[in-house]
Design a binder for this molecule. Structure first.
Ligand SMILES: [Zn+2]
Length: 295
């Protein structure tokens, strides 16, 4: 009888524990939150939201169009598992004019990608998210996103927009180099194929990786010292840079986790520090009256 009582007590305690546990644990994915839970999520995240930005474009003959979306979302969700913050839903409105000749590319106009990103950030801020961290998965977005961030200074904002910049440690570089089998790359290459084999192996058609050339065709080599929008097409018309006939799940896992770990560090720092917001405030005040700025 005493034993039965102990067992019952144990069951009740466990149920109570499980209940409180599910009550306190709220999803980190924005689209999975209820409205009441969203309020809790903003508080629990200290107003930090990750905005993973991918694209819809060809990734060689063997990877899916949404490869960059899968990659940046995996980095973001892995980080959010370790350090709670909100993760914005799938976002693929970026700069991809250079792949308009390939099937499946969705290249919105420059005006639209600017406006939709600005309004997304403004709307997040209106909802209490005051620290937005962009996690970019698409190389063709880098120049756009840096210019976009710099342009935020043109008018006063009540939030900080931060562009995550991963910096591989020497140790990670060594580990990556030990696993890498090819020396060229840049797009749909050994690294990206490895990442996709880790994230969604069912979507990788490794057997097709050698069916097109990923070599730099150097079609503008005769005109040195210049930059032109057609440069990528001149070098990689197949929208494939590198050799993905070699790849490994181990390499993909290493790269994703290394990027997620560095992102965790950034999230922790951003939660604790208001340095960016404070400097912005000071800057906006001074820029309203530049003649009063101490010389
Ligand atoms: Zn990619």
């Amino acid at each position: 009888m005493k034993n039965l009582f102990s067992i019952l007590l144990l069951i009740c305690t466990f149920q109570l524990y499980a209940q409180t546990n599910t009550e306190t644990k709220i999803p980190y994915c924005y689209d999975e939150l209820t409205a009441p839970d969203f309020i809790k999520a903003v508080k629990q995240s200290s107003g930090v939201c990750l905005l993973p930005i991918g694209i819809l474009e060809k990734h060689g003959p063997h990877l899916p169009l949404g490869t960059d979306i899968f990659e940046c979302r995996k980095v973001a969700t892995t980080a959010a598992e370790k350090e709670y913050c909100v993760v914005f839903p799938t976002y693929y409105m970026g700069q991809i004019n250079e792949a308009r000749h390939q099937p499946g590319t969705i290249a919105y106009s420059p005006e639209l990608i600017w406006k939709i990103l600005q309004e997304t950030c403004d709307e997040l801020s209106r909802n209490g998210i005051k620290k937005i961290i962009i996690v970019n998965g698409h190389g063709g977005n880098n120049d756009f996103l840096k210019y976009f961030c710099m342009s935020q200074l043109h008018s006063q904002k009540d939030y900080a927009l931060i562009f995550y910049q991963p910096n591989e440690s020497e140790d990670i570089t060594k580990k990556i180099n030990a696993l890498r089998q090819t020396t060229t790359g840049g797009h749909a290459d050994e690294m990206e194929t490895s990442m996709m084999r880790y994230i969604r192996p069912d979507l990788v058609k490794t057997e097709l990786a050698g069916s097109q050339s990923g070599k730099n065709q150097g079609r503008l080599a005769e005109i040195p010292n210049q930059y032109t929008g057609i440069w990528w097409y001149a070098q990689y018309p197949n929208h494939y840079a590198g050799d993905a006939t070699k790849s490994s799940v181990e390499l993909g896992k290493l790269v994703i986790n290394a990027e997620a770990d560095q992102l965790v560090e950034l999230i922790k720092k951003v939660k604790l520090s208001n340095k960016i917001e404070d400097l912005q405030k000071q800057f906006y005040q001074e820029s309203a009256n530049p003649l009063n700025t101490k010389q």
